[in-house]
Design a protein around this ligand. Structure first.
Ligand code: XIL
Length: 359
């Protein structure tokens, strides 16, 4: 049972009144479910093995989890003829124990690839390698995986490739057909898992993001018109609290995706703050307002199925390594602080879920 729920039920009315309101209020996934949505988070292997308290909070707030690295090529396919499901299976076992659903991330990406892969990919070998990997991985988890991010971060207009696709080892070896192959193989091997094209950098009215949105819509129109079995778009939503938000642009973008018959999932939400001042109060308020302003127009779209954050607590975020602050302070990108307490971003996500129309 959910920790928060149990405490709320057992506490006396007096204790409830005295407690901070956030502590007793409904967990994020419970709020999401009331709207026909889900809420969940990424979890890494260290947390699974070493951090019981954090896992309790994930269990309390989430209905779905995704591996931060455990399903990527580098983790799962270290040598051409060897798969290693140890870390992925530990996540599956945690999820099964807590009745959490699991989404898979990711089958095709240009990052987190093992050393052997790049030199092995030629026009003659790449299709068999790609199909073999997708077959082995999706079959291993078949029946237990609710979504697969079949392809991740495939758009890069600056690369000047067909369909504005990113110049990756897959594109170089197979051309744009690598996407057809990946989605078709995933559909054959685990037809029940929702097939997602996951992308970042589509959040703001910046010119490069405008180009990415246009390219993504064009690619989706091409794939769907040729019956390539893509079913949903993942919006990573790695947000930046210092950027202005244009809600009209966001509304139109999600409406355009939905009009192609595709579902939408917010897959990796977090809010970086390295361009904000150091004060925790100032950052927390700006981060919360920013996330709410982004989520409101997106969650208003009926095609949206749910939201996952890229970690639940500031105890661990990839942002401190990837986009460090000049003053070296830890960022505050996630719903819980490092002590696992709910903070203004938690309140903002809760309010956005509460305001979403019922599916
Ligand atoms: C990140 C992980 O969080 C890091 O730990 C790792 O070092 C690099 O990858 N978009 C994605 C995720 O699709 O897979 C990335 O995850 C974050 C950006």
């Amino acid at each position: 049972m959910r920790l928060i729920h149990r405490r709320a039920v057992l506490a006396s009315p007096l204790a409830l009144a005295a407690a901070p309101p956030a502590f007793n209020s409904l967990a994020l996934n419970q709020r999401a479910r009331k709207r026909g949505l889900f809420f969940g988070t990424a979890v890494n292997h260290e947390t699974i093995t070493n951090d019981r308290h954090y896992l309790d909070r994930i269990d309390a707030e989430s209905g779905i989890v995704v591996g931060e690295a455990q399903f990527k090529w580098a983790d799962i396919h270290p040598e051409p003829d060897r798969y290693d499901f140890t870390r992925a299976d530990a996540l599956m076992a945690f999820a099964a124990r807590h009745k959490l659903r699991v989404r898979g991330h990711t089958l095709v990406w240009h990052e987190a690839i093992p050393d052997w892969l790049r030199p092995a990919l030629t026009p003659d070998t790449a299709e068999a390698i790609l199909r073999g990997h997708i077959r082995a991985v999706t079959r291993h988890f078949a029946g237990r995986m609710v979504h697969w991010d079949v392809a991740n971060e495939v758009i890069q207009p600056d690369d000047k490739q067909p369909l504005d696709l990113r110049a990756t080892p897959w594109l170089n070896a197979l051309g744009p057909a690598y996407l057809d192959i990946a989605f078709a193989e995933a559909a054959t091997c685990d037809p029940a898992a929702l097939r997602v094209l996951n992308e970042f950098g589509t959040d703001y009215p910046l010119p490069w993001q405008e180009r990415k949105r246009a390219a993504l819509l064009k690619l989706l129109a091409d794939l769907t018109s040729r019956q390539v079995p893509v079913q949903a778009v993942g919006l990573q939503a790695h947000l930046d609290a210092a950027e202005p938000i244009d809600q009209k642009i966001l509304s139109k973008f999600v409406t355009d995706i939905a009009a192609m018959g595709l579902k939408i999932i917010v897959t990796e939400l977090d809010v970086r703050d390295q361009r904000l001042p150091g004060s925790i109060e100032v950052r927390d308020i700006a981060i919360a307002a920013h996330a709410k302003a982004w989520l409101d127009p997106v969650l208003a779209c009926p095609a949206v199925l749910g939201v996952l954050t890229w970690g639940l607590s500031d105890r661990h975020s990839w942002l401190n390594d990837t986009f460090p602050r000049d003053d070296k302070l830890d960022q505050r990108p996630l719903p819980l602080d490092a002590a696992l307490e709910r903070k203004p971003l938690w309140q903002a996500i809760a309010a956005a879920l509460d305001a979403a129309p019922v599916r």
